[in-house]
Design a binder for this molecule. Structure first.
Ligand code: MG
Ligand code: MG
Length: 629
């Protein structure tokens, strides 16, 4: 299958789009009519440019409202088509996409539609051109690929075939099994788009929310597997209308497009029980986070770690790097080396998390998968903690993810660090474990982050939720592995006055905004933090009155929550969640301590407006009273 993408999927001018498409490794593209009409490239210029870029022009599209007309309107439709044939011959494509009519005046009579396509197909064939008919989900009479398949069969010309568009079919819940009965020779083009599951007008859903495979919730993998099974071998072409993509960088979106198609084909072949084309998505768990602290002369990061209840357990044998632990398997690295990746990261972004380490079954396989997905791999970053080669991949925001397997982890900490404790024992108040990492992502990079994680690792994307910040709405989506040992949240705001957008400005891009650590005893932890003098985010009293009313909690319990500024949530299954927040370092980074009881699986979304408002009140813009160290 040829990898293709429609120019409408990207931002930029037609030339910029095509260059980005070629750079990302596509070998084909669809020319969207509006992109061509607005371009200063002539049809011949376009042909030469695409030849230079090594791109095949798979289709010119769309040709609208053609079939079922009569009288003058029918004559004009054919004249219009002839003009497009001229253009197609000059630009070097042999396929015209005709989408089903939305016109009220058109007829839905199949015999007439068949006659129209027979005549169009005959005219096209005299020029060596072909016609591909597509059922728009909102077509007036034809809105189902099964109907198009019947029409194409009745036309019975080799120059007339069909377009399958995953969005048009799957948005209407047409069963994937319907592909089994289609002759693959009659499929001239397959267009791929995913979409988040939404209950909305089909046209609006399609125009604004289409996304790439693995970024949405439609059964696109099953769809491609069914196409593979019937032996379809033509182009697989992304056709995506998405507001974020229109605002994004064409190069990034094109790279994402290739990534999604590579992962999609691999997933589909596995679904068919075949070997995949790349190493499988590894199961993954978080083993360490690394703070960049080269500019942290006052030791704010370490001061906070200590106050929260992590324990400094060792110092790197050769570098200015300290090792902290919250539990036996919860490692936090504080890197104060200026001449290092962490140091450069800190200069650019400030103090915060510059890398994480994840445990995978095989680090070389994980790196190979990342590479095959077009990710930027550092085979052995010069300042990695270990003397063993530990590959790392660069995230969308530039931080690193190290791949560690049991071989790399075996004795890693003891070998590299002077460890003062032989057996880790937690401080009073108990151990701390990784719970989740919250990422602030740029609005137009939201789906890039989502694709990065879901194409690389075995993670589940949870339902997206809207969070209310006093400065605007923030879209938030969680990604989790099976047992909850890796949880990430992506948060992106469209406006510029939210906490998330202020993070972006101060941090200069996307990155981790807070680390949530889990305790088994939030009250003990809160007492410990208070004693250590850690500034805690102060929660409004009104919140606790409401909490009591909502959940019928007893007075003493609510008073304890309020005394420690602990937020509380309860789910339908009786799961309970507790959260307390530190104030922020440098207006950027803060910690959250959580406790989960009875399998509570969320992130306290119900409390987020209260928390964000408290952070705004705390004077997020002022840097003077953050941390008194
Ligand atoms: Mg389409
Ligand atoms: Mg959180």
């Amino acid at each position: 299958m040829l990898d293709s993408i429609a120019t409408v999927s990207l931002s930029g001018t037609l030339r910029e789009k095509l260059e980005a498409i070629a750079d990302a490794g596509f070998t084909a593209a669809e020319i969207f009519e509006n992109d061509f009409v607005a371009s200063d490239l002539s049809a011949v210029d376009l042909r030469l440019l695409m030849m230079d870029l090594g791109l095949r022009n798979v289709v010119y599209q769309p040709f609208r409202d053609f079939e079922g007309l009569s009288g003058d309107a029918r004559i004009r439709a054919f004249d219009r088509a002839e003009r497009k044939f001229d253009l197609m011959q000059a630009m070097g494509t042999d396929l015209l996409l005709v989408c089903s009519s939305t016109l009220e005046v058109a007829s839905g009579d199949h015999a007439r539609i068949v006659a129209d396509f027979r005549e169009l197909g005959e005219r096209a064939a005299t020029r060596g051109l072909c016609i591909a008919y597509e059922a728009l989900a909102w077509g007036r009479y034809v809105n189902d690929h099964r109907v198009v398949a019947r029409i194409v069969q009745q036309v019975g010309l080799p120059s007339v075939g069909m377009v399958l568009d995953s969005f048009h079919s799957l948005s209407r819940k047409i069963p994937v099994s319907s592909l089994e009965n289609i002759d693959p020779q009659s499929i001239f083009l397959v267009q791929m788009a995913d979409a988040p599951i939404m209950d909305m007008d089909l046209l609006q859903w399609s125009r604004h929310f289409r996304c790439m495979p693995l970024q949405g919730g439609l059964p696109v993998t099953e769809w491609v597997a069914a196409l593979m099974q019937i032996g379809y071998q033509g182009p697989l072409s992304l056709e995506i209308f998405n507001d974020r993509f229109r605002a994004g960088l064409s190069k990034t979106i094109a790279v994402d497009g290739r990534r999604s198609l590579i992962a999609l084909r691999d997933d589909a072949s596995r679904l068919l029980g075949e070997d995949g084309m790349l190493p499988p998505r590894p199961p993954v768990e978080l083993t360490f986070v690394e703070f960049s602290a080269a500019q942290d002369a006052e030791g704010v990061v370490e001061g906070m770690l200590q106050a929260i209840g992590l324990r400094k357990v060792g110092r790197h044998r050769h570098r200015a790097v300290d090792l902290w632990q919250g539990s036996e398997n919860t490692h936090v690295v504080v890197n104060r080396e200026s001449h290092s990746l962490a140091g450069s990261f800190g200069l650019m972004h400030g103090q915060g998390i510059c890398a994480i380490g994840v445990r995978v079954p095989n680090r070389a396989d994980a790196a190979q998968r990342a590479k095959a997905l077009g990710m930027s791999i550092l085979e052995d970053p010069a300042d990695n903690l270990s003397r063993r080669a530990i590959p790392a991949v660069r995230t969308v925001g530039g931080s690193l993810v190290y791949f560690l397997d049991d071989d790399a982890l075996d004795g890693l900490w003891q070998r590299e660090f002077e460890i003062e404790m032989t057996h880790f024992s937690p401080v009073a108040g108990g151990s701390l474990f990784f719970d989740h990492l919250a990422t602030i992502v740029r609005y137009d990079e939201f789906l890039s982050w989502l694709l990065f994680w879901t194409s690389l690792f075995d993670l589940r994307a949870c339902q997206e939720v809207d969070l209310i910040d006093p400065g605007g709405v923030v879209q938030s989506q969680a990604l989790e592995n099976n047992d909850g040992s890796l949880r990430l949240t992506l948060n992106g705001a469209l406006g510029t006055r939210t906490l998330a957008s202020r993070f972006e400005r101060h941090f200069l891009g996307s990155g981790y905004q807070h680390l949530a650590l889990r305790t088994d005893d939030i009250f003990a932890c809160a007492i410990r933090m208070k004693r250590a003098g850690l500034p805690i985010l102060v929660i409004a009293r009104n919140y606790y009155d409401d909490l009591q009313a909502r959940f019928g909690l007893d007075d003493a319990f609510v008073a304890r929550l309020a005394a420690h500024n602990i937020l509380y949530d309860r789910d339908a299954g009786g799961g309970e969640f507790f959260q307390v927040f530190s104030r922020a370092i440098d207006r950027i980074f803060f910690f959250e301590i959580v406790q989960r009881e009875n399998s509570y699986n969320g992130y306290g979304a119900a409390n987020t407006q209260v928390r964000l408002t408290a952070q705004r009140r705390a004077g997020y813009a002022s840097n003077t009273d953050w941390f008194p160290i």
